[in-house]
Design a protein. Structure first.
Length: 66
């Protein structure tokens, strides 16, 4: 896991534990000062491929830590 992947995973995990649902891509962008939604999305997809997160089909904010 890269540093950026770890940072985003930790954000998702903390947000999930606090609110019970995942942060939006815009929330993650604001927290990390990222400028591109596509980069955040790409990292989130990769976290799912690596098995660190799961996607819930047909749901908004559908990523959750495994």
């Amino acid at each position: 896991m890269t540093e950026k992947q770890k940072e985003i995973y930790m954000i998702i995990d903390a947000y999930w534990n606090r609110y019970g649902f995942a942060p939006s891509i815009e929330n993650i962008m604001k927290i990390t000062n990222a400028k591109s939604k596509s980069n955040i999305h790409r990292i989130m997809v990769r976290l799912c491929e690596l098995g660190y997160c799961k996607r819930i089909p047909n749901t908004a904010r559908s990523i959750r830590p495994s």
